[in-house]
Ligand binder design. Structure first.
Ligand code: ZN
Length: 331
């Protein structure tokens, strides 16, 4: 089952709990899911479910407990649409979500795709819930600080800024006037902020950067003792939840023992100055934090909480008058 389906099932579970509080989450059993595309390029997921009083009693269920249910979800992935079908979107809506990540080393246990998989999962889930437009994912970001490790890919910071700016300008050309950059790579943050500033200063549009873990700082802190800024348990938990087949769980202790468990000013600064530039300056295997603290359950909790934040951010942004989002006049 792909990432997106796991996330959607969780969304249905939540809907189910809201509408049928007497039947807890464990009473909803997804039997089938079928995806089809109709002539309007709308995707449907058709589910059947049954109610069990208790998850353990599945085998004792009688057939009359089966209830067919149709759940319709309209996806707005821009790359999956035809151009005539997009007309109504740009006429009525003006918000787009842009997922961005990196392709860079994430230690011995996580795939190079970690950041862009996370960004894409959030962007897809939030736009599936709201029907805002989601653009294709930008998979390669600013990662020269991971270059000593095999497979890390990057573009120079000015190239990245120009690329994102140019790409965002063409969204503006199509009628988009507000954007959320859904980001999962720390190295992109300052550059996305800079691009957002340029575009707002010349009143092209309003674009803001959203980094998933910054939307739920307290939860991340509560869940992990040593969360590590890179390749730590928070990213590990997220991939364990989203794409478990890509995590090398047998290397978690190794990731912790050959990395830098505790990332503090004491071991990364001298007299107030940051003395390092590359991940390799601080760690042998490229990662930080205690990876053995990660579980898919924690990943799910973070995914749900941060998705909620992202959905609220998009809705808030959509409600604002454009003039309120533009720079103030000179005093
Ligand atoms: Zn990462």
């Amino acid at each position: 089952m792909c990432t997106h389906h796991i996330a959607t099932i969780n969304y249905l579970y939540n809907l189910w709990e809201d509408s049928a509080p007497d039947h807890p989450k464990s009473s909803l059993i997804i039997e089938t899911d079928v995806i089809s595309i109709d002539s309007n390029n709308i995707h449907y997921i058709i589910w059947e479910y049954r109610i069990a009083s208790d998850w353990q009693s599945v085998s004792n269920l009688q057939t009359e407990n089966w209830i067919p249910m149709v759940c319709v979800i309209q996806y707005m992935r821009v790359a999956e649409q035809t151009w005539p079908d997009l007309d109504s979107y740009v006429n009525e809506e003006s918000l787009a979500v842009v997922p961005l990540g990196s392709t860079e080393q994430h230690g011995p246990h996580l795939p190079l795709a970690t950041d862009h998989l996370i960004a894409e999962a959030f962007a897809h889930e939030a736009t599936d819930r709201t029907d805002y437009l989601c653009t294709p994912t930008i998979n390669i970001g600013v990662s020269p600080h991971h270059r000593q490790f095999h497979g890390t890919m990057w573009v120079e910071a000015p190239v990245f800024r120009d690329y994102v700016e140019s790409f965002t300008r063409n969204l503006a050309y199509h009628g988009i006037d507000r954007i959320v950059y859904v980001n999962a790579h720390g190295g992109n943050v300052e550059h996305l902020r800079e691009v957002g500033r340029r575009l707002r200063d010349d009143k092209t549009l309003y674009a803001i950067e959203w980094m998933w873990n910054e939307s739920i700082p307290k939860l991340v802190d509560d869940l992990f003792e040593q969360n590590g800024p890179h390749g730590g348990p928070k990213e590990t938990a997220m991939i364990q939840y989203l794409q478990p087949e890509l995590v090398n769980n047998d290397r978690l202790a190794d990731a912790r023992d050959n990395g830098l468990t505790e990332f503090t000013d004491d071991n990364t600064r001298k007299f107030g100055a940051r003395t390092y530039y590359d991940a390799a300056d601080n760690t042998e295997n490229g990662v930080l934090g205690d990876q053995t603290d990660a579980t898919a359950k924690k990943g799910e909790e973070m995914f749900e909480s941060a998705t909620e934040q992202l959905v609220k951010l998009c809705q808030w942004l959509d409600e604002q008058a454009l003039s309120d989002l533009m720079p103030e006049n000179h005093v």
